[in-house]
Design a protein around this ligand. Structure first.
Ligand code: SF4
Length: 441
């Protein structure tokens, strides 16, 4: 029979115990402390350092379709995407970027653009580097060695000789980007590690990290530091391990490059969003990550609200109203789902406010998490409106939403829906322009 030992005597956990209060304050700061990184500019967006975590995505139009690409970039930018990536599989695609950029400037505005360069893309990368703000290269594909089925190992000489070929191939691109003050993303993908990395380090986070480091060292040898690093994988645990190992290695080596986070091939729908949030959110919560992309098998603009929701939930950016609502239970005094919906419809443009909708006064006021305003069930047919923790008035439930709006207006915190783009919101880490479209988030 299992014997249970007496539990150790718990320390006095009373909230009035000043020792415990002090240590709580020291150890549990409810703000994410971001890893210190350098600032890298991509057009007029800065990534890293104390800049807000930037949101990016990628159009799925063919870059040769100029009008389609311009429309796709504009759609994404209007949805709140701050940096837009396009794919550049050929020289013709690279040249098309001149026209895309010009048309954007004529018909809309300048948007920070990134070009994705793949297999043996040196010449393409050199051309496109003239037209975009950042070039993304995949170390596993940039100098592509066809895998051979009869190979069993890479000698250190063979490994080094390919390394030299990579150095020669990468140099002109690095020099071009460096001299133009542009940026490069070294974007490692778990699924496309170079064969020599696979043989040497295995199909592992270590292989991903070493692959990135090899390219970083080449850039550093040419005094180029406008680098952003990514180590994406479709499996969240692999992606988490790779980014964490990268941070460890960069710390050891004194490198401070910003990180671009993403779970690649996350799929679609609810699971795609959860998978992305599990990967990206976990790292951000650890203070890791300076720009994010949620990759969904859906229209690219659907990725943007997910990015903003992750950032808002972690307190890293505030681009929408934060709603606090209880799940409802037997004590609930009104139709919570319906009321929350009405409150949201009336107030979702008031970016920066925290509004609580709670079913009863038993737990509601205490659990409103310091919301600016609260709508709380008081008794059947009556609700109480709160400002912070203070009950301001009791009103019939039928007038609840209108009276909440009046209360916000009387505090001078109401703006008309069409004025929302003017709002600027302070977050812990930066000043962020409010999402111009409310982002439907
Ligand atoms: S706040 Fe009240 S109604 Fe809502 S879940 Fe808690 S006890 Fe139930």
């Amino acid at each position: 029979m299992q014997t249970l030992s007496t539990p150790p005597t718990a320390p006095d956990a009373s909230p009035r115990n000043p020792k415990i209060e002090a240590s709580k304050t020291e150890e549990f700061v409810p703000t994410i402390i971001r890893r210190k990184t350098r600032s890298v500019s991509v057009g007029d967006v800065s990534i890293g350092s104390s800049h807000p975590v930037a949101v990016q995505s990628m159009i799925n139009e063919d870059t040769l379709d100029i009008d389609g690409s311009v429309a796709g970039i504009r759609r994404l930018h209007e949805a709140g995407c701050e940096i837009v990536r396009v794919t550049v599989p050929s020289m013709a695609h690279a040249r098309a970027l001149t026209e895309i950029k010009a048309k954007l400037a004529q018909t809309y505005q300048t948007v920070p653009l990134v070009a994705d360069v793949h297999h043996n893309g040196m010449k393409i990368a050199l051309e496109v580097a003239k037209h975009v703000d950042k070039v993304r290269i995949n170390p596993g594909l940039y100098v592509f060695e066809k895998p051979s089925s009869d190979r069993t190992e890479y000698t250190s000489e063979e490994f080094a000789s390919i390394g030299q070929k990579i150095q020669q191939t990468l140099e002109p691109l690095v020099i071009s980007l460096r001299d133009q003050g542009k940026a490069m993303r070294i974007g490692v993908n778990h699924g496309s590690l170079a064969e020599r990395m696979l043989f040497t380090y295995g199909d592992t986070p270590e292989g991903m990290v070493e692959s990135a480091l090899e390219f970083i060292r080449i850039c550093e040898s040419l005094n180029f530091h406008n680098l952003i690093i990514s180590l994406k994988a479709s499996r969240v645990p692999v992606m988490l391990a790779a980014y964490r190992l990268m941070v460890k290695r960069m710390d050891e080596l004194g490198m401070d490059y910003p990180l671009h986070l993403g779970v690649t091939e996350a799929g679609d729908g609810e699971y795609g969003r959860i998978k992305s949030t599990a990967g990206i959110g976990t790292l951000l919560a650890l203070g890791i990550g300076d720009t994010i992309r949620v990759s969904l098998t859906e229209a690219p603009e659907k990725e943007i609200p997910v990015c903003y929701s992750i950032l808002q939930a972690l307190g890293l950016r505030k681009t929408m109203v934060e709603y606090v609502a209880c799940p409802s239970c037997g004590r609930t005094l009104f139709n919570l789902e319906e009321v929350l919906h009405k409150v949201r419809e009336a107030t979702s443009h008031l970016t920066g406010l925290d509004i609580a909708v709670m079913g009863c006064i038993v737990n509601g006021p205490g659990e409103m998490a310091d919301a600016d305003y609260g709508y709380v069930g008081k008794q059947p047919g009556t609700i109480a409106l709160y400002r912070g923790r203070e009950e301001i008035k009791r009103v019939p439930e039928t007038e609840g939403v209108a009276q909440l709006i009046d209360l916000i207006k009387s505090d001078g915190r109401w703006v008309e829906p069409d004025a929302e783009a003017e709002i600027t919101v302070e977050t812990e880490s930066a000043t962020v322009q409010a999402d111009p479209v409310g982002a439907g988030i």
